[in-house]
Design a protein around this ligand. Structure first.
Ligand SMILES: Nc1ncnc2c1ncn2[C@@H]1O[C@H](COP(=O)(O)OP(=O)(O)OP(=O)(O)O)[C@@H](O)[C@H]1O
Ligand SMILES: [Mg+2]
Length: 297
């Protein structure tokens, strides 16, 4: 897979979004495409709220706000372009924020959409802003959610896999975006009906037997999954864990402290294409780590 050359970063011009802007610029530079529009840059102003507040917002007021956003965006875009030697195209859109971002990503055919994990309205208990979540639900494009200060290229990746096409794509993305990084590939297996087995007081030895089979199957599946893939420099670090997938991955992330987690938008269930898989959703809300969410294709 190619590195993403055409990146759209959405910003609400908050300081949190500044991290997303810088990370997007770093990735565009890393993709090393000399041509123009290596990175696009957009903002959507939620003017609708204002329109709703004052039944008739004077047109000049709207124009003043749009102009101010344009000026601020240009002020932020210029140093990024110069520092990272990339072409940055500032675009201000008016309307519902997540729809504006998704529509613009389609318009410019962005390879990757980058958003900040938190916006101007940071709710303490939540590790993910409403806009990021809505874009993710609506978009069919891979998305990077930036929560950390982008101090260096990604060095340690965690890629949780359930062997689905989405998670396979996630691994492709991980390898493309952070060549040379340590890549940890993890799978959490469950023993079918384990709690019922225990509850029904099935002998420990029997349960252990199931456990061993499940572990073996997980190992084999992981080997098959990784067989034709080789990271550039080192081998993958494999992790096979037992337990609840979301909890297992969260614990592993706490132990490994990766700087990027790459997951599929969906997994094995694929009940509803627009929904976000529950394991991915858990991680988005429960970690401060940057996350790249890959789509099936
Ligand atoms: N058991 C697992 N071990 C490791 N990673 C997993 C596991 N299950 C899911 N994942 C990761 O989460 C991503 C999304 O899968 P998830 O399970 O959240 O969605 P789903 O299977 O479509 O829906 P459901 O919420 O019904 O399980 C996968 O692409 C993969 O990256
Ligand atoms: Mg699943």
């Amino acid at each position: 897979m190619e590195k993403p050359a055409h990146i759209l970063v959405a910003t609400d011009l908050s300081s949190h979004a500044g991290k997303a802007e810088t990370r997007a610029a770093m990735l565009a530079q890393d993709a090393g495409h000399e041509e123009a529009d290596a990175a696009a840059y957009g903002a959507a102003l939620p003017l609708q709220t204002l329109r709703a507040m004052f039944e008739r917002t004077p047109l000049e007021t709207e124009q003043i706000l749009v102009n101010a956003a344009k000026a601020e965006l240009a002020r932020r875009a210029r140093p990024l372009g110069e520092k990272f030697h990339i072409e940055v195209t500032p675009v201000v859109k008016v309307g519902r924020v997540h729809l504006g971002i998704v529509a613009h990503a389609d318009e410019v055919n962005a390879d990757l959409v980058v958003v900040g994990g938190y916006g101007a309205h940071l709710v303490r208990e939540l590790f993910l802003g409403a806009t990021a979540e809505k874009v993710l639900r609506t978009s069919t494009r891979p998305m990077l959610i930036v929560k950390q200060e982008p101090l260096s290229p990604y060095k340690r990746l965690l890629v949780p896999v359930d062997f689905s096409p989405s998670s396979s794509r996630a691994l492709d993305w991980g390898m493309a975006i952070a060549a040379g990084a340590e890549i940890n590939v993890a799978h959490v297996y469950e023993v079918p009906n384990e709690s019922t087995l225990r509850y029904a007081s099935v002998e420990d030895k029997v349960v252990e037997g199931y456990h061993a089979v499940a572990r073996h199957q997980a190992r084999d599946a992981m080997s098959a999954f990784l067989k034709d893939r080789r990271p550039a420099e080192t081998d993958f670090q494999r992790h096979i864990l037992h337990g609840h997938p979301a909890a297992g991955i969260r614990d592993l992330a706490e132990e490994l402290r990766p700087d990027l987690i790459v997951m599929g938008k969906h997994g094995q269930s694929e009940i509803e294409k627009l929904l976000l898989g529950s394991v991915t959703r858990h991680m988005l809300f429960e970690t401060h780590c940057d996350m790249l969410v890959a789509m099936e294709r």
